[in-house]
Design a protein. Structure first.
Length: 108
């Protein structure tokens, strides 16, 4: 995992949900660790990530699968995130057989 992605990123914007929903339980975030794991929390969603750094065209991005809960329901999916500038992460989170949303996150 590239060092620039490591740590906690505060989700500040999502296509499908407003900031009140993003921060419903805790301030929304996505995080990445050296051991290729991570975590995401927003709304009532809480998930564990399995991450890999991948080449995408001329850039590198993090691709991940995830599983967890949305309220009491088991959910899973996939996603990706790419660094834009020094402190902004842009990406997309997909729910298996359901919604997907772009997101913007800032280094926490």
């Amino acid at each position: 995992m590239e060092k620039i992605y490591l740590g906690k990123w505060r989700i500040v914007e999502m296509e499908l949900w407003d900031s009140d929903f993003i921060d419903l339980v805790v301030p929304g975030y996505i995080s990445f660790k050296k051991d290729n794991s991570g975590e995401l929390k927003f709304g009532a969603v809480n998930g564990c990530l399995d991450c890999r750094a991948e080449r995408w065209g001329d850039n590198e991005r993090i691709e991940f699968s995830w599983e967890g809960y949305d309220e009491n329901d088991s959910v899973c999916g996939r996603g990706w995130a790419e660094l834009k500038g020094d402190d902004e992460l842009q990406g997309r989170i997909f729910f298996h057989y359901s919604d997907d949303s772009g997101f913007v996150a800032k280094k926490a």
